[in-house]
Design a protein. Structure first.
Length: 205
């Protein structure tokens, strides 16, 4: 049994989910650099998957170059494949992907999603699900670079339109064109009431 601490309103660290590949649009890489630098300049700790590849590596490198604190969380077998970033403030080695996702969620006060693939979607959807269940009260946001998240947004809206989800849980997601706007929205974020009415103080799952 593991425990996840609920968000407590202050923003000290941000978990970034993004592609382990750079993607085809140079704007993706450019925004990853902006995000990393911005997080560092705002005095926030960057939490991420610990990789040195793709947009993940770009975010971490930019945050480090701007003097920021960067915590990577990675399972031992991925580190052994030498995918791990060697220059981080801290690289936490964990035993499994599930432990890794939990540790990242616990360390962060908000979840910022840049463009990415299935790993990125899985991570942010997990945190969105936990947020609407009241397991935590931390914001989830998408930096919609070049409209990358427009199709996903349509699918998410359909969940409410077809009565699988209350509209307030669609509206709790932050979308903006820039990382700066997403972080600004995080600072003003008010979590919705949890789906089953459970107080989101501390949950076991
Ligand atoms: P993807 O979007 O499928 O490229 O997966 C990237 C996301 O999944 C990142 O946010 C990471 O947290 C995680 N991830 C995928 N591959 C790796 C890797 N090689 N090292 C660390 N994390 C990874």
């Amino acid at each position: 049994m593991i425990t996840l601490t609920a968000g407590r309103g202050s923003l000290n660290s941000i978990c970034v989910y993004c592609g382990s590949a750079p993607g085809s649009d140079p704007a993706f890489h450019a925004e990853a650099i902006v995000a990393g630098a911005l997080i560092a300049r705002q005095g926030l700790t960057l939490v991420y998957g610990g990789g040195k590849v793709g947009l993940m590596g770009a975010v971490a490198d930019a945050a480090l170059a701007a003097g920021g604190k960067v915590i990577g969380v990675m399972p031992a077998d991925l580190v052994n494949q030498e995918i791990g970033h060697k220059g981080l403030t801290e690289l936490r080695i964990v035993n499994s992907m599930h432990e890794r996702k939990w540790a990242m969620a616990e360390l962060a006060d908000g979840f910022l999603c840049l463009p990415g693939g299935p790993g990125t979607f899985e991570e942010i959807f997990e945190q969105w699900t936990w947020a609407l269940l009241g397991f935590h009260a931390k914001p989830c946001g998408f930096v919609n670079v070049s409209g990358y998240y427009d199709p996903m947004r349509v699918v998410v809206q359909q969940m409410a339109d077809k009565a699988f989800l209350d509209q307030k849980y669609v509206d709790m997601l932050v979308y903006a064109d820039t990382s700066a706007e997403v972080i600004e929205a995080f600072r003003a974020y008010v979590p919705p009431p949890p789906k089953w009415g459970v107080a989101p103080v501390e949950q076991r799952y």
